[in-house]
Design a protein around this ligand. Structure first.
Ligand code: 5GP
Ligand code: MN
Length: 334
């Protein structure tokens, strides 16, 4: 890490008082884990933080927020605005550009009067905070927080609550420690957290062993009835209409990771999921090897992300969106 960046981050951490911690829209395990870890770290440093998410995290992530103070912008915009006006410091975690919190919640960043710091691992960040710690080579924002805390010389503030958030973020952003982004440091950090008393198995259970029958049956239906393997092409995708989702009583998070199941099929190197919603179509892309999906998603679906994991959105109908995907997909495999 650049010594100057860490020095500047330490100044923000030491001088802050009333703090707003903001993560990205559709918060995933790294967003929630990082926000919770940073919340407890700042509390342990005698500060007064509140977490704000643009919208509600899935229910299996909510337990990680049990001992934190947090607000959901979608449900409580006025409270967030009032809080934001009183805060002297804004931390932006796990996103690289103000638009990632969504058009409405972006006012929090645009109108913030105090000091701000971003800590993130997504490539190509825009410049929107006073201090920016951007490390795309690190597997998760949660791991990056560990490095920051260590390099600021503040590991004594890393108690079990901080450790739980860090473990959650690393685990979920690495597919349980298996992606190429995992390195020896990742395992060293995990070992250290466990050595200091973290009960890692409880985190796996809280995330993976809480399936509803509806969720499992939706996934079974999607794989059995809706999987398309593009002929002569290492590409597979699943699309789900609103009425199919409703049939299985869809809850946020129910198709999380399903795109990786498509990617796991022998001979498939690029996978996509198209999910219809009332506002449009949410798209998830995953890839491996020489195939990259973030630029493709940015070009055609207003999205972005990492080389091997990206997302996007389409305001067209599900059919039109899939047609567009099929028209352009040769560009991914070229
Ligand atoms: P997911 O498919 O899990 O929703 O997202 C995969 C990755 O792509 C995540 O790292 C996320 O940050 C990124 N991502 C998802 N949706 C968007 C989007 O609309 N815009 C950008 N820039 N990145 C996205
Ligand atoms: Mn992340």
């Amino acid at each position: 890490m650049m010594v100057d960046d860490i020095k500047r981050l330490k100044e923000v951490v030491d001088t802050c008082n009333n703090v707003l911690i903001l993560a990205h829209k559709s918060p995933d395990g790294d967003a929630v884990g990082s926000a919770a870890a940073w919340f407890h770290f700042l509390k342990n440093h005698g500060k007064n933080p509140t977490i704000v998410f643009p919208d509600r995290p899935s229910s299996n992530l909510l337990s990680f927020l049990d001992n934190t103070d947090y607000l959901i912008f979608d449900l409580d915009a006025l409270k967030v605005a009032a809080l934001s006006a009183q805060c002297d410091t804004l931390f932006c975690l796990d996103f690289n550009s103000p638009s990632r919190v969504g058009a409405e919640a972006q006012v929090i960043i645009d109108e913030f009067k105090g000091q701000s710091a971003m800590i993130d691992h997504h490539p190509n960040p825009t410049n929107f905070c006073d201090v920016q710690i951007s490390r795309p080579e690190i597997c998760s924002t949660a791991q990056l927080l560990y490095h920051c805390i260590e390099e600021m010389g503040m590991l004594t503030l890393l108690n079990t609550k901080v450790a739980e958030g860090i473990y959650l973020g690393i685990m979920t952003d690495t597919g349980s420690f298996r992606y190429p982004s995992v390195d020896a440091n990742t395992h060293f950090i995990l070992g250290k957290l466990i050595q200091d008393g973290l009960e890692h198995f409880k985190i796996h259970e809280a995330i993976f062993d809480v399936n509803t029958i509806d969720k499992l049956q939706l996934r079974g239906f999607a794989i059995t009835e809706k999987l398309v393997l593009v002929s002569n092409c290492p590409i597979g995708y699943i699309s789900l209409t609103l009425s199919e989702l409703e049939r299985f009583n869809y809850q946020k998070g129910d198709i999380e990771g399903l795109v990786n199941v498509v990617l796991s099929i022998e001979g498939i190197s690029v996978a996509a999921i198209f999910m219809e919603s009332r506002d449009g179509v949410k798209i998830s892309f995953r890839s491996k090897g020489k195939y990259h999906v973030n630029e493709f998603s940015a070009k055609y679906f207003g999205g972005g992300g990492h080389k091997y994991a990206a997302g996007g959105f389409s305001n067209d109908s599900l059919d039109v969106t899939i047609d567009r995907f099929k028209t352009f997909l040769v560009e991914i495999i070229e």
